[in-house]
Write a protein of this length. Sequence first.
Length: 282
Amino acid sequence: MTASDLVDDSPGQPAPPRSLIVTVYGLYAREVGGWISVSTLIRLLAELDVDAQAVRSSISRLKRREILVAERRDGRAGYALSPYARSVLETGDRRIFERHAATDDGWVIAVFSVPESERRHRHQLRSRLAWLGFGTVSSGVWIAPAHALDDTRDHLLQHGLNQYVDLFRADYVAFGDPAEQVGRWWDLEALQKLYDDFVAEFTPMAGRWSGTGEVSDRAAFIDYVQVLTAWRRLPYLDPGLPTALLPATWSGATAADLFSTLRHALADPAHEFARGLLTDLS
């Protein structure tokens, strides 16, 4: 399994059931021991218009990818998060829920070489560097803002990939314009479109929840799982560049503000609805 397996659905497309399941586990399973019974998961996903067969098929796929592990508790069939999935979700929490002001404090450079006989590790390394926010300078030289250093070092050490990589702190000193260079290292146009699409899709939702009327826990759960599933793909694609290096039309901050607004409105009532089902059915 690679880190990208937790966010591998195509950005800009409707979220497949497996992504909704990962969102539900990330939000609610960890506080009840990381395990959910199959019957409870089917009931939760039914609220999102996912039928039982689709849930079972998606569970099988997540099991094959070693994201979920089959486990019986009190005679009931269910699935728990694998230790690796837990570690990825914990790192992802910082990317998804915490906003840090990007500063122009230099870069971290990853230089790696993997023998052909271990090319499987080459794929894992590239996937995980991309997940950590790195862009590509050349085939064996990847770059990220300096704030990615600690997570990168910890992640590579934890998963045994440090033997293939050297990490450097660096400044860009010549010979181009850094604002132009970042457009070569990352596909900022594609990311800009994803942010624009997110804003267009979920601004009406924010309008529905901006009133002072009674909040439905069930409706909050449905909307929050949908918006978080759409949002959690984006921080993995966004390296967190300083504002000075971003296009003038950049809508990343607008999208982040929108997600924050929806999270503030929906997270607590959604949690109450999910906790009720987990308590009643698990």
